[in-house]
Structures are given as structure tokens and as C-alpha cells.
Design a protein around this ligand. Structure first.
Ligand code: MG
Length: 239
């Protein structure tokens, strides 16, 4: 038995949804319209990203870095990383956002070597101009609600004996939270857990998470959540 922790990025590690803010800043207001279409289930998550990337056109990378480096993160995330490393607990960041800004923001905040999974945005330089190219290495074959399937990443990176811990706050955390044994939730994810009767720990910062994790680890055997275990079995028999 080992603990495996999966952590959302936007709004969980960062204070705000950097992805949305990034597309609004560089793609303009029309990106809000695309988000509304996505929320109304008129377009898929991948289509949403393609539209948003097209809206940006050419990215001024200097301006992009200034913007990304000004995004505040939860101050206590760094101590959470140290906590996991000191106790040899595996953790992965799972995001339906972009590797482009996750890498830059973590590194800017002095947090290196963190494993993360996200959609891939590349700036391909041609004659000094950066053309954007988006791809989805972790998409799901059928489900279109997310472009990066956090659930499948979680199931692939946790064994049957592992206790899965999930930390999140928003829309794309609703699916993976249902498959996790221990859920840390706030904001939209908290409401979802209440509606679906998923037991969760409310947190506001990673300090709260570490405190609760210390408590969980001091018990002899952290327990699995029966509904999550059933959903995991179901997922494996369907895939
Ligand atoms: Mg989020």
C-alpha cells in the first residue's frame, strides 16, 4: 500500500485559473464566448483549445512570460512538495491546462522536478515569430469533456493496492475526484462532492492539506473509499 497524490494546477496550485486568464489576455474577449460554448456542451474541450489558440495567433513570448510570472501561486505549495519528497510519497500534477505555463510558473517559483501531465502547447519559432501548436497527448478516446483525461492518468499511475488522494477545486476535477479514496476539495469541487455524497476534506491552502495528511499517515491504515474502488473496477472492465 502506498499513497499516490494527484493535484490539479489552475486555481489549486495557482490562485486563479491561469489558462482562462492567459487566453483572455492574449486571445481577447472572444475566448470567453468559446468558453460559454464549451460550458453549453456545444463544443468539446479540444475544440475549445483549438479556437482559443487560433484566437491568439502570434504569441509575444516576452509578454507571455511577464504575464505568467505575475500569477500568484499558493505560498504553501512548496512545503507540500517538500513534505511529499521527505516522505517519499509519489505525486503528480494533472491539468486540463497547458504544459507551457505550468512549466514556466513552477520553475519561476523555484519548484523543479515535479511530474505533471497536461495538454501540450508549443511555440514553434519561425523568423523570430512564435506560431502556436497545440496537441493532446492524454486525451480520452470517447469522452470530450476534458482534453486531458485526469482519470486515466490516475488509474495508470496507481496500483490496485494504492490509496489515491486527489486535490482540486474546479470542473475538470469532478471526474477524477469520483475515483479517489481521499479528496481535498474547495469551491466548485466542494459543491460537487456535496451533491454526489463524496466525502472530502475542505482546504484553503496546501498547509491544510499537509496537516491533514500528517494525521492520515499517523493512522495505521488509511482506508479506501468503497465507491471509488468500485468505480475504478468498473473503469478497468470498460476500458
Ligand atoms: Mg483547476
Amino acid at each position: 500500500m502506498a499513497l499516490k497524490i494527484f493535484v490539479d494546477f489552475d486555481g489549486t496550485i495557482t490562485r486563479q485559473d491561469v489558462g482562462n486568464a492567459f487566453f483572455r489576455e492574449f486571445g481577447g474577449e472572444r475566448c470567453s464566448g468559446y468558453v460559454a460554448e464549451y460550458k453549453a456542451e456545444k463544443i468539446s474541450a479540444k475544440e475549445l483549445f483549438r479556437q482559443e489558440v487560433a484566437a491568439i495567433g502570434v504569441l509575444d513570448e516576452g509578454r507571455a512570460e511577464d504575464f505568467l510570472f505575475s500569477q500568484p501561486i499558493d505560498d504553501s505549495f512548496k512545503s507540500f512538495v517538500e513534505f511529499c519528497r521527505a516522505r517519499a510519497i509519489a505525486f503528480h500534477v494533472v491539468s486540463d491546462g497547458l504544459d507551457y505555463y505550468i512549466r514556466k510558473i513552477l520553475s519561476h517559483n523555484g519548484i523543479d522536478g515535479v511530474s505533471f501531465f497536461a495538454n501540450k502547447l508549443e511555440a514553434v519559432r519561425e523568423n523570430g515569430i512564435a506560431r502556436l501548436d497545440i496537441s493532446f497527448p492524454f486525451d480520452h478516446a470517447e469522452c470530450t469533456r476534458c482534453a486531458c483525461c485526469k482519470r486515466n492518468i490516475m488509474l495508470t499511475h496507481a496500483g490496485e493496492e494504492d490509496i489515491i488522494v486527489y486535490i482540486g477545486e474546479g470542473y475538470s476535477d469532478r471526474c477524477p475526484a469520483q475515483y479517489a479514496d481521499v479528496v481535498f476539495a474547495k469551491d466548485e469541487l466542494q459543491k460537487f462532492c456535496q451533491e454526489k455524497n463524496i466525502s472530502y476534506f475542505l482546504y484553503s491552502s496546501f498547509d491544510d492539506v499537509v496537516e491533514r495528511m500528517e494525521d492520515i499517515l499517523s493512522r495505521k491504515r488509511p482506508k479506501k473509499r468503497r465507491e471509488a474502488e468500485m468505480k475504478r473496477r468498473e473503469a478497468f472492465s470498460c476500458e
